[in-house]
Design a protein around this ligand. Structure first.
Ligand code: HEM
Length: 212
């Protein structure tokens, strides 16, 4: 048992945990986006979908606790890796180098990560931990997006999510050992496409709801 713990706090183990939990979030974002696209079909369809989800009862609670555990691991280990990398860098750069394969996504990973965490906490307070006994969830979402500031906030947050995912997707496969002259460009392209689908797919929902 001790060796398992030792492995997961080693540098390689921590990177593997980041990759594994990150890929779980890729799956979560895919299913969450698919569910949210039902907002385009109106209140009856979306509320029926939400009711079906909530009828899962304890299964849904287990899923939510699992998500929370994954988020804790991803955030704590991500910040730990960032802190160690920062300390290991002998000279703090006066000028950021743009070469060496660094992209906007990779250079901003810790910052977009922290911003996403702040967004998710705000988002859960707004839509999850809200009293839904008298108002159906579709009406709650629609009312929230009647406020242009809220729409702008969500659109900006989706840009941050897309930037984080654009690097995270490829980086996770890289950590899991997917280096190959043939497959690396395909994984990079898939990451870019996925991040665009997430950014545009989620980002257009508040705008559409505002225009209703
Ligand atoms: C326009 C974008 C989004 C909309 C309209 C939206 C909508 C919602 C709604 C309505 C719920 C509550 C479901 C319920 O309790 O019945 C929810 C839950 C949640 N959302 Fe979002 N969401 C969006 C983007 C995101 C993003 C980008 C993330 C993650 C980065 C995210 C993470 C979550 C989480 C973790 C939950 C709780 C899930 C659960 O309890 O099963 N959402 N979202």
């Amino acid at each position: 048992m001790a060796w398992v713990l030792k492995f997961f706090v080693s540098s390689v183990g921590r990177k593997l945990l980041m990759a594994g939990t990150g890929l779980c979030f890729v799956l979560f974002l895919t299913t969450h986006l698919a569910g949210n696209l039902l907002l385009y079909r109106g209140g009856d369809v979306f509320n029926a979908y939400a009711a079906r989800l909530h009828s899962l009862g304890p299964l849904l609670t287990i899923f939510e606790l699992g998500l929370l555990a994954l988020a804790l691991v991803h955030v704590v280990f991500g910040l730990w890796l960032f802190y160690e990398n920062d300390r290991a860098r002998p000279v703090k750069y006066a000028v950021k180098k743009s070469g060496g394969g660094q992209t906007w996504g990779s250079a901003t990973m810790p910052y977009t990560g922290v911003l996403m965490l702040a967004f998710v906490i705000y988002h859960l307070i707004r839509f999850h931990f809200v009293d839904k006994t008298n108002i159906p969830i579709y009406e709650i979402v629609k009312a929230a997006f009647q406020n242009s500031f809220e729409v702008a906030l969500y659109v900006a947050a989706m840009g941050v999510v897309a930037l984080h995912v654009s690097h995270g997707f490829w980086s996770a496969f890289q950590t899991l050992g997917a280096h190959h002259t043939k497959y690396t460009p395909i994984i990079k392209a898939a990451g870019l496409i996925f991040s665009m689908v997430v950014g545009i797919g989620f980002g257009f929902i508040p705008i559409y709801m505002r225009l209703l």
